[in-house]
Design a protein around this ligand. Structure first.
Ligand code: ASP
Length: 343
């Protein structure tokens, strides 16, 4: 069966070349000469009919330069091409890829087509690049119709033969070809000789019409607690009404030192309507407020239990909820499993 796949190149190691100032992204025109089968729309014709649309998000960047404004631009490109394409591939640097995939998952409500983010640890110009296999795998997931594969109507990451839910993934290696993992949720698909989609895990849209909510608040901070942490600066920001939200990365199952400064901070957050999304510093597992006495301080109306959410999903969810919802709805929205980001 014929399918139409939209590929958006945003930059990242996938298309980078060495320059005197280090690795920098090159143009799609240069990259595509290394992908003749895709360029000539031929290779996949041995198996199936796929038509590619190539697009570039200018300027192409190292993903360290990606901002919420870029997330919105990517979402708008998907929206613009939504009715004419069956699946979408976003070529993206790996450093902030899990932030973008999490942000897109919240922005794209009622998604019913695959949005697949991928990239590479070694550039397409390198003889041992992982870019070709990652892109080929992403094409199978986005062009699922042509290959008789089950549809994954989610924002996902396709990397090193695995498909991960976008808002469950974290970058776990700077050099391993398995650059990402999904610590608290099984992979959505495995691409071995055969492609196996775990259909029972796939998130089902509630409605059929795609809806975009693209605002992100920048009045948030991400705070990792450490032994001896002094919360004075954080307290000052809350008291001066400079913050709408805090991702608080606690110890273990939601624990904090039992000194008085934390109660003072929580009281200030209640007074100034600053919402705290409580998460754990541990890559695996979840917080359980009340399990230890040292987490009792977090039992407050200004605190939301982040359960097993990843750091990337926690931050983007908080920014997105504050950006798009009234203060009275924020707690409810943050507690809710919106796109499969929490168990
Ligand atoms: N610094 C690069 C980027 O995120 C790393 C990569 O793509 O692997 O754009």
């Amino acid at each position: 069966m014929q399918s139409n796949v939209y590929i958006l190149y945003t930059g990242g190691t996938f298309g980078m070349k060495s320059t005197t100032s280090g690795l920098q992204p090159s143009t799609w025109e240069e990259i595509i000469t290394y992908l003749p089968a895709i360029k000539n729309q031929t290779y996949f014709h041995y198996f199936a009919e796929i038509d590619f649309t190539f697009d570039t998000l200018e300027p192409v960047v190292d993903s360290s330069d990606i901002t919420p404004a870029t997330w919105e631009r990517i979402a708008r490109r998907i929206e613009k091409n939504y009715s004419t394409h069956d699946g979408f591939i976003i070529l993206h640097g790996t450093d902030t890829l899990a932030y973008t995939s999490s942000a897109l998952s919240f922005m794209l409500q009622n998604l019913s087509k695959p949005v697949v983010l991928t990239g590479a640890q070694l550039p397409i110009f390198h003889p041992r690049t992982d870019g070709i296999i990652n892109l080929s795998n992403a094409i199978y997931i986005a062009g699922y119709k042509s290959f008789g594969i089950n549809c994954i109507p989610e924002v996902c990451i396709c990397f090193n033969d695995d498909v991960l839910r976008g808002n469950r993934a974290v970058k776990t290696s700077t050099n391993d070809f398995e650059g990402f993992s999904s610590p608290n949720f099984d992979n959505l698909a495995h691409l071995e000789q055969n492609i196996t989609v775990s259909t029972h895990l796939i998130y089902k849209p509630n409605d059929k019409d795609l809806r975009l909510l693209t605002r992100f608040s920048e009045r948030v901070v991400n705070v990792t607690v450490f032994p001896g942490y002094n919360a004075t600066v954080l307290l000052e920001l809350v008291q001066k009404n400079k913050l709408d939200g805090i991702v608080l990365r606690t110890f273990g199952a939601g624990n904090l030192p039992q000194d008085a400064q934390w109660q003072t901070l929580i009281n200030a957050c209640e007074k100034h309507k600053t919402i705290i999304l409580a998460t754990t510093q541990c890559p695996n597992g979840q917080i359980e407020l009340g399990q230890y006495a040292s987490s009792n301080v977090l039992k407050s109306t200004s605190v939301v239990d982040g359960k097993d959410i990843t750091p990337e999903a926690a931050l983007t969810k908080l920014m997105w909820v504050i950006g798009n919802f009234e203060e009275s709805d924020r707690r409810r929205m943050l507690s809710k499993n919106l796109r499969g980001e929490i168990s």
